[in-house]
Design a binder for this molecule. Sequence first.
Ligand code: SF4
Length: 179
Amino acid sequence: MMVDSVLVHVCCAHCAAYTLSFWQKQGYRSEALWYNPNIHPEEEHLLRLQATKKLLEEMRVPLTVYPSYQPSDYFDALNGNQVQRCLNCFRLRLGKTAQIALENGFGGFSSTLLISPHQEHDNILAMGDELGLERGIAFLYSDLRRRYSDSRVMTKPRDLYRQNYCGCIYSKQERDITG
Ligand code: SF4
């Protein structure tokens, strides 16, 4: 089956800018999904969501916001395993994206996480492929890491909130220790 549409999981405005325009330029009908229960605390979650809404409104990309903010989804997904937390965090967010993409008739799903040089890129790819096979929907992949700075250039004039840690409480603690 030909894939002509993609639902892209968005982690933040600064990774979304280039990524959404990339999939649009590839000819896909592209929409975005906000589902990030990993982001703590709630005020931080709201700041990142507001920045994403502002950007995507300007880019005229439709955005679906998952209706509730439930950090318990994230901690349940970790199941006490902090060591492999990122893998389970990817599974949670990409799995929800695949599910919502299927429910809404998209041909594929993807994530802005693929543009970040700070993420475990190979694990995101492996998880996306695994979920795509499990659920019967294409995981659209491109290594966009070389375009990370282009995405930042796109958001710079827009004066959007910019985070300084990945998202979870553990990454915040690590940032606080290392400065
Ligand atoms: S460091 Fe980032 S990717 Fe890893 S678990 Fe925390 S929020 Fe998720």
